[in-house]
Design a protein around this ligand. Structure first.
Ligand code: OOG
Ligand code: NI
Length: 473
């Protein structure tokens, strides 16, 4: 037993803290592996600082909601897994860091043979401590129509172990005792990181790689390597258009179209853009044990701007307007029609209310409520307005958009396509299969709308408590 444990056997590190450590370690790893990510981080940092200087009201709002504090550490990553066993163990690994599967994303309908979830913290206090999230995809081997290739892929995947023995021990330890002690947590972060590292040596021969890649580039990326290398890390930008415009000046060429909603006064959901995957040298393992040099494109960069989380009603309107824009531009946007696509998007989204108060009154978005100084003063004088609307109108309560913590399937498909190359879109007859995903995961995915509703409700309850009111709704 370590000295620390002997002194204080109960001292477990909070999962939020393990996640914060892991997020920092992951960022350092990716910066070392993909230097352009470091350049992107600097650029986003500069643009964020400038945006806050030029818009003190925004800075004040983000300070109130706590988003200012988490801005510099905010990022998401993505991995692609090959088997049910990998996904189930990954769920247990993320649980040690307080990250749970939220949402189900079907990408097959967009021509990418995976389905996905996002592992993330779920309580606003935890998100505040570390908002780190990982978009996690599972390859759907059943969508490979060539039976021989499907069997080859399954056999290769069955041979690999993507977790270190010590990582597995520490996961079990955390499950058994309910957490990890400080030295174990440090070791866990180091060991878990091994799974996400890039490996130059492939597990297949050059010919096998080509066969897998010919079926779909994504299949080669998942099957041909030792582990699910982190394929991008995405910082949060406050002005994605400004970052996009400044990227070429830093030697970063971005994808033509920003995915998601058009620029707006009140940002909704998520806007994202990426730079193309780098060509990296790899070594294939030939049957006689010799190595053959080749290359593979896997790792890329991405930036995103996050806006308010929409309710089911708001999301339905978003989907409807996005689909209408895509139909009008005859399909997914590309380099050639980027400008006209953005115009169509603007035109269609004119139908989406763009004032926070409108979004709130029409039940299109989630908000968080705060008691203002006016509210505290009014309470002290016994002059509180009565009811939520009156309290807001009197400035005794404030409300701020609740930030969207998740992903968008159409945007994700656009990001996949841009870094896999335009040729990678396939047609899959099989429809989405959430049950199979949850069976492989070993747990149901959480409903993101319920999580946002809970956060909103907790903020109302806290306001009621501060104001000495029985309820507020
Ligand atoms: C994930 C692509 C999706 C996002 O932010 O929506 C994504 C991948 O390429 O593995 O990163
Ligand atoms: Ni991403």
């Amino acid at each position: 037993m370590s000295v620390q444990a002997a002194v204080n056997p109960g001292a477990l590190v909070h999962p939020d803290e393990i996640r914060a450590q892991f997020s920092r370690a992951m960022s350092a790893l990716y910066k070392a592996e993909v230097p352009l990510y470091g350049t992107l981080l600097e650029l986003v940092g500069e643009v964020n600082r400038r945006t806050l200087e030029q818009d003190p009201a925004l800075a004040e709002r983000l300070r109130l909601t706590g988003e200012l504090k988490r801005l510099d550490m905010e990022r998401h990553g993505a991995i692609r897994l090959g088997s049910a066993a990998e996904l189930a163990t990954m769920r247990r690994l993320f649980a040690v860091m307080g990250m749970y599967p939220v949402g189900y994303y079907d990408l097959a309908c967009a021509g990418v043979p995976v389905h996905s979830t996002a592992f993330r913290a779920i309580h606003e206090a935890s998100l505040q401590h570390s908002p780190f999230r990982v978009f996690t995809s599972l390859l759907r081997l059943e969508l490979i129509d060539n039976q021989e290739l499907r069997e080859l892929a399954a056999a290769i995947l069955a041979r690999r172990t993507i977790f270190t023995p010590r990582a597995l021990q520490l996961i079990e330890q955390a499950e058994r005792v309910g957490g990890l002690q400080p030295d174990e947590a440090t070791e866990f972060v180091e060991q878990a990181l091994e799974t996400f590292r890039w490996h130059r040596e492939a597990t297949v021969s050059a010919v096998q790689y080509q066969q897998l890649s010919d079926q779909h580039r994504l299949i080669a990326d998942v099957v041909a390597f030792k582990g699910p290398h982190i394929n991008h890390l995405t910082p949060r930008a406050l002005d994605i258009d400004a970052v996009q415009a400044a990227m070429p000046g830093r030697g970063i060429s971005s994808k033509a179209v920003v995915e998601g909603p058009p620029p707006r006064h009140c940002a909704i959901l998520l806007r994202q853009t990426s730079f193309k995957a780098l060509r990296e040298p790899v070594a294939f393992i030939e049957a006689d044990g010799s190595m053959a040099l080749g290359s593979h494109s896997a790792r890329f960069g991405e930036i995103e701007q996050r806006g308010v989380a929409l309710t089911g009603k708001g999301r339905a309107l978003y989907d409807q307007l996005l689909n209408a824009s895509r139909e009008a531009s005859q399909g997914a946007p590309n380099e050639d029609n980027a400008a006209s696509y953005m115009r169509l998007l603007d035109q269609h989204f004119a139908d989406f209310p763009d004032q926070p108060d409108e979004l709130r009154r029409q039940g299109l978005a989630y908000f968080r409520y705060f008691v203002s100084d006016l509210g505290l003063a009014a309470k002290a004088r016994g002059e509180l307005a009565s009811g939520l609307e009156a309290l807001l109108a009197a400035g005794q309560l404030r409300c701020e958009p609740l930030v969207y913590e998740d992903f968008l399937p159409v945007s994700a498909a656009g990001i996949f396509q841009s870094n896999l190359g335009e040729q990678s879109s396939a047609r899959y007859a099989q429809s989405s299969n959430r049950e199979a995903f949850e069976r492989d995961l070993g747990a149901p995915v959480l409903d993101e709308l319920a999580l946002y509703a809970d956060s909103q409700q907790r903020s109302l309850e806290y306001c009621a408590e501060q104001l000495g009111l029985a309820t507020l709704s």
